[in-house]
Design a protein around this ligand. Structure first.
Ligand code: NAI
Ligand code: AKG
Length: 528
């Protein structure tokens, strides 16, 4: 059956068409985001959910989303999605980080002009027949200083446009490098300097614990008298009550506000003030931006649901559509190695080491490590997948180490996974040949070559004559057919291992009988 996608916010119809063209079933319900109960009732039917900002994807929605594999945000901010809950359930959350950046930057610039010349108020007054030519004395922006807080995608476009308008731009962003600041033509400053120097201040950071309330009464007190403040990023960056006081006193000459502490903002003290320009979270609302984000989110979600490609995910390493086919057999190998080691691990797991050698060392090893962790953790946590595995390992205090060696050994590609518990280290290694089939090539340092099937027996024994005969006749008595039989040993007479695939599930009593055979040190049932 084709994967099913629900679009629960207003998105360009381009998205609907792309999902259809890519062979997915799509259900377009643009007003569903407002109807929490209905969303909860139907979300269980879908593999993908495409949203803008109206749909709140809460922990409750995620718990009800039995089949959901991907949430796609047609836009940038994902504060309406409970990402930890999605991650814990193995659901990918992706956004479209660039599609609406220009449009949002232009909205901030529009706000700046609207404030400088009081356009909305002047418009209203003129329409009212007042012709108040002396009331609306503006300011030029040429030669003024713009302070950009958060100089990422949008902030840097705003800076570029402002420089084009002959403004001086100072920027505060802890992650802005000196080289990037030079490239952009902005002066990198500390926040207190920005507050002291700017005539206009525009915010372009996400809302985090560090940025919440970054513009409050204390900050405003250090700003120039008559400063103008623009927020087209997120409500909560500016403390609205403090801004209202500063606007009333004239300390702040004007504010352009697109985003509010509570949205939808239908009542707000800012609305009563003449020197404020408000828009209802319109930053991303242009035809061009909405086409971009709808197209991008639909392509990304379809690529994931149909091909396993992961782009712009916030909780999973990227796998491009081009690399997905090449990576898939290695993802399978990494998960098999993890599963092999995980099923043999009985005591406290402390660390996992992954060594990648040869061609595979140049691939997307973050994705492979996520797959290996999934395999290791699955015996303990049935619902774990590549999205949730790294977070679950972290939560359980399991250290993960990745080693890459580009030189080749005996194999073109080699992955070795070592599980370190409080009692021992256990390694298992594998490769993928040209037939794209993963194979185990080493267990505990002992060489062998085996494919893994659904029902396997893993035996460690003493390398002495007679074991194979005893073992084979026991399985024969039990009516169990052997599919493949692989043996390996350290050296003649030393530790040996057998990895045996059988055609049907192995019962507890068979395992016990195998374990009791003369020369057997350990017998384990493995399923893949
Ligand atoms: N009004 C609207 O409709 C829209 C609003 N947005 C919002 O705009 C904001 C910025 O988006 P992008 O530029 O795409 O994000 P981005 O991730 O490219 O840039 C954000 C920048 O903020 C910086 N930053 C993080 N913490 C900081 C701190 N404590 N102080 C100063 N800088 C800090 C980061 O280093 C980064 O450079 C987001 O919150 C996004 O949700 C985005 C699109 C439309
Ligand atoms: O979808 C929208 O209109 C809001 C866009 C936005 O806030 C974002 O992309 O972060």
């Amino acid at each position: 059956m084709a994967p099913r996608v629900l679009i629960s916010d207003k998105l360009s119809k381009t998205a609907v068409q792309i999902f259809k063209d890519r062979g997915l079933d799509v259900d377009y319900q643009p007003d569903l985001g407002k109807d929490k109960e209905k969303l909860l009732a139907i979300i269980g039917e879908y593999d993908g959910l495409a949203i803008r900002s109206n749909t709140k994807v809460t922990e409750k929605v995620i718990a009800a989303a039995k089949n959901l594999r991907v949430i796609g945000r047609a836009g940038i901010g994902v504060d309406n999605v409970d990402i930890p809950a999605a991650t814990a359930k193995g659901i990918i959350v992706m956004n479209t980080p660039f599609g609406n950046s220009i449009t949002t930057a232009e909205h901030a610039i529009a706000m700046m002009f609207a404030l400088a010349r009081q356009l909305p108020e002047a418009d209203a007054s003129t329409r009212a027949g007042k012709w108040e030519k002396n009331r609306f004395m503006g300011v030029e922006i040429t030669g003024k200083t713009l302070g950009v807080i958060g100089c990422g995608n949008i902030g840097s476009i705003v800076a570029d446009r402002a420089i084009g308008l002959k403004m001086r731009v100072v920027a505060y962003d802890p992650f802005l490098s000196d080289e990037r600041a030079i490239d952009l033509g902005v002066e990198k400053v500390e926040l207190d300097q920005l507050f002291r120097r700017a005539d206009f201040i525009t915010l372009h950071t996400p809302l985090t614990d560090k940025t919440r309330g970054i513009v409050d009464a204390a900050a405003i007190a250090t700003m120039k008298d008559g400063v103008r403040i623009i927020n087209c990023a997120r409500g909560g960056l500016v403390v609205e009550a403090d801004l209202v006081e500063a606007l009333k006193s004239g300390k702040v000459a004007g504010a352009g506000i697109d985003v509010f502490e509570v949205e939808p903002a239908t009542e707000n003290p800012l609305f009563a003030l003449p020197n404020v320009v408000c828009t209802p979270h319109l930053g991303a609302s242009t035809t061009e931006a909405q086409e971009n984000v709808a197209l991008q989110v639909a392509e990304q979600m379809a690529d994931y649901l149909m091909k396993g490609a992961v782009v712009n995910a916030l909780n999973m390493p990227s796998i491009s559509a081009e690399e997905a086919p090449r990576l898939t057999p290695f993802v399978k190998l990494a998960e098999l190695l993890g599963s092999f080691a995980g099923q043999l691990t009985e005591t406290g797991l402390k660390a996992i080491r992954l060594e990648y050698e040869g061609e595979v060392a140049e691939m997307n090893v973050r994705a492979l490590t996520a797959a290996a962790l999934t395999g290791v953790l699955k015996p303990l946590l049935q619902t774990v997948n590549m999205v949730s595995a790294p977070a679950m390992a972290r939560e359980r205090g399991v250290t993960v180490e990745e080693v890459r060696r580009e030189q080749r050994g005996a194999y073109e590609n080699y992955i070795r996974l070592t599980v370190i518990t409080d009692r021992q280290e256990r390694s298992v290694a594998g490769t993928v040949f040209a037939d794209a089939k993963p194979r185990i090539i080493q267990i505990k340092g002992i060489n062998m070559e085996a494919e893994l099937g659904p029902h396997m027996l893993y035996i460690t024994n003493q390398d002495k004559p007679g074991f194979i005969g005893r073992f084979a006749s026991l399985l024969g008595q039990e009516g169990i057919n052997i599919a493949t039989f692989n043996l390996g040993r350290k050296a003649a007479g030393e530790d040996a291992i057998a990895l045996v695939e059988v055609d049907e599930p192995i019962s507890d009593s068979v395992i016990e009988r195998v374990a009791a055979l003369e020369g057997v040190v350990q017998a384990k049932r493995l399923t893949f």
